[in-house]
Design a protein around this ligand. Sequence first.
Ligand SMILES: Nc1ncnc2c1ncn2[C@@H]1O[C@H](COP(=O)(O)OP(=O)(O)OP(=O)(O)O)[C@@H](O)[C@H]1O
Length: 442
Amino acid sequence: MAYDNSKRANASSLSTMYGRITHNENSRMMKICFCSDMDKSVLLNNFDKRGWMQVTADDDWNFYWAGTQTCRNIFSVDSGYRMHDNQIINHFPNHYELSRKDLLVKNIKRYRKDLERDGSALAEKVNDGGINGPKYLYLDFIPVTFVLPADYNMFVEEYRKNTQSTWIMKPTGKSQGAGIFLINKLSKLKRWSREAKTSFHPAIGKESYVISRYIDNPLLIGGKKFDLRLYVLVTSFRPLKAYLFKLGFCRFCTVKYDTSVTELDNMYVHLTNVSVQKHGGEYNNLHGGKWSVQNLKLYLEGTRGKKVTEKLFGGINWLIVHSLKAVQPVMASDRHCFECYGYDIIIDNNLKAWLVEVNASPSLTSTTVNDRILKYKLIDNILNIVLPPDGIPDVRWNKIPSAENLGNFELLIDEELASQTQEDNILGSMTTGKQRINNRWK
Ligand SMILES: Nc1ncnc2c1ncn2[C@@H]1O[C@H](COP(=O)(O)OP(=O)(O)OP(=O)(O)O)[C@@H](O)[C@H]1O
């Protein structure tokens, strides 16, 4: 879709009907015009409930729930499109700095290096005697990852340090488990490269992949692997303002976890994506292999204790905040934008949380009744946070929602409100005092 200013002129039919929405008394009577690339009931029902009117992208919209590509088009220099103060949109133009697997890793690695160079205590390293050398004490929350083909030689070096490790290969440009496979031998990677005609020679390779150390000791419940899907709303990157939706869920594999080599290609054992699991014979349509985060918390408090459970969830908040801080310098923090990210997190059996991926367009498809309720609430709560108290999109608003408008979201960080305090709180909920911080990550 191409955008140009002439389209804004074409939008006059609606503008004259309702008038440009401005912050005067009349505006309170006016309808909000929304545009959506997605035909999802959880979205449309929410807009409908608010009495909003659907318009096309060529009209003068106030609120756009767009696909990532549409958003990039709108912000592209070529489009010449200028948003006015009463327009907001659900993506940051370069969200891919966080949501593309290779860029996420690159940004986190750079963030750690920058902190290290600045002598920050956050970049402290510890030598746990492992063959892989010193680890970051507080920022070791992504599995060791390389981008292929660019980092092939570095990967081989790492692989040779421990040839017993399993690795997971993921194409950077795909989702829903497509093209993912596990390897436990370099020869398997080489064979695949030959068969797929994909060269891992840095100068020749075309499609890019990430290869990550496979977390082979996931926390199992009922013998099955699961990951967490958490929703994080960012309303600004500079200053950073982020909220965590408390109603996340676990997504379970349908087949019991099994590390034997014969099961390495069995994706029902290893990949937690619903898009993969729903094709399995064991998939349950009623609960969809999902469990609420609240249930997980109760289960962990009962089986492992309250303290370690709190520490785990503090650690999750910590990794979310620092993944956002890692992309903060490179994100175009346009005031018209907000974004709801789907965080995929795996917990290992030592109750350590690992960030697997961040999705910029988490699925709004509902696979179960509970799913529909949850996603409807998610959208409702997002709207309450991104809209000023009078409900009219306005980029001049200070983006400080009232406590009652947070709904099921909790504030993770608002650098404008109290920069250090919240970070301390997050760290504090993981542990208190330096010594205990050290213990946390040992
Ligand atoms: N390093 C890892 N260790 C263990 N399991 C992993 C690892 N990376 C990914 N997985 C598993 O593979 C699944 C798919 O990985 P990932 O989410 O990165 O890919 P995707 O296909 O892009 O998924 P999505 O549709 O969520 O975008 C994860 O949900 C998780 O179950």
